[in-house]
Design a protein around this ligand. Structure first.
Ligand code: PRP
Ligand code: URA
Length: 213
């Protein structure tokens, strides 16, 4: 996975690009769009965890005792930005079953494009948890920046922002506001249109996931 710049990781894998192309297709049915979101999320989870630390432990195989690596104990929270982020949760918890899932609800005001918060709920020990924010789309970056602001008000631990498709404008905005956050995505598209939608993009991820077009 190459880094385009500090802290921005773009998934460099033909299978991931293939699945994203299928997601872009306006004729892809909702059930397939949902399955693709899930599959790409698992691939992204695999990439994010690449930098997780391991410790050596003793294990007894059917043949002998041996010392082998396992993941260092680490408290994690996967936080989807509602609604579209919900589509990425299963892909992450499939690989990280011990991560807790908690939620931030934000929607973009249709006129101003600014995020409006309508929900937040975290576990009591959130201050001890590294946080993986998931949301398929990073457009202006407004929703992600607001989500990170909220999470930084409750924990000082490392934050990862994981998207499927980004606009360059969103990456720039998040990096300026939160240079310490590690960004992961499948692709960075060309630009935003006048309505702050990503071009060529894949349309409205929440609407396509939940059938509200
Ligand atoms: C979408 C998307 C992000 C946000 C990205 O959510 O899932 O949360 O827009 O745009 P931004 O980077 O310009 O903030 P939306 O507001 O459409 O809500 P939804 O998930 O409930 O459909
Ligand atoms: N939100 C989406 O779902 N899609 C975009 O292109 C921009 C914001």
């Amino acid at each position: 996975m190459p880094e385009t710049s500090n802290n921005v990781h773009i998934l460099d894998h033909p299978l991931a690009k293939h699945k994203l192309t299928q997601m872009r297709d306006k004729n892809t049915p909702r059930s397939v769009f949902k399955a693709l979101t899930n599959e790409l999320s698992t691939m992204l989870a695999y990439e994010v965890t690449k930098e997780f630390e391991t410790v050596d432990v003793e294990v007894e195989t059917p043949l002998m005792k041996t010392v082998q690596p396992e993941l260092k104990e680490q408290k994690l929270a996967v936080i989807p930005i509602l609604r579209a982020g919900l589509g990425m949760v299963d892909g992450f918890t499939y690989l990280l079953p011990n991560a807790i899932v908690s939620h931030i609800g934000l929607y973009r005001d249709p006129v101003t494009k600014k995020p409006i918060e309508y929900f937040r709920k975290f576990p009591k020990d959130i201050a001890e948890r590294e946080v993986i924010i998931v949301d398929p789309m990073l457009a202006t970056g407004g929703s992600a920046i607001e989500a990170i602001n909220i999470i930084k008000s409750v924990t000082d631990q490392q934050i990862y922002l994981v998207n499927i498709l980004d606009a360059p404008e969103g990456i720039k905005a998040v990096q300026e506001a939160h240079p310490d956050v590690k960004l992961y995505t499948v692709e960075v598209d060309e630009k935003l249109n006048d309505n702050a939608y990503i071009l060529p993009g894949l349309g409205d991820a929440g609407d396509r996931l939940f059938g509200t077009e």
